[in-house]
Design a protein around this ligand. Structure first.
Ligand SMILES: [Zn+2]
Ligand SMILES: [Zn+2]
Length: 105
């Protein structure tokens, strides 16, 4: 077994308004926590990404942020790559940097 690099895990802290917004989306699958870790592979390029909320009709709201303090919350389509072994679809957004989510456990 080769050892896979870990998650990036750089945290983002949401404001109360942002938590309330994500918590208030229709059919939200998750209880929104105010601090979220980046879910991309460690050492990745570009912005950090963390799933904010999975809402009605599988609409996924992602939090994107950079080290300079910029931040954006928006809907991103899912990555379409499947794990050939488990057939689980990657949980990260389309075009994410680094390895797919299922390869990072
Ligand atoms: Zn990151
Ligand atoms: Zn992927």
């Amino acid at each position: 077994m080769t050892e896979l690099p870990p998650w990036c895990c750089v945290p983002v802290e949401l404001t109360a308004e942002e938590v309330a917004f994500l918590d208030g989306l229709p059919d939200g699958a998750h209880t929104v926590e105010s601090v979220r870790p980046c879910e991309i592979q460690e050492g990745h390029e570009g912005v950090h990404m963390s799933l904010g909320q999975a809402a009605k009709d599988d609409v996924e709201w992602w939090i994107l942020w950079d080290d300079a303090g910029g931040r954006e919350i928006g809907v991103l389509p899912p990555c379409e790559i499947e794990d050939p072994e488990s057939e689980h679809q990657c949980v990260l957004p389309l075009g994410h940097p680094g390895r797919c989510g299922f390869a990072l456990d």
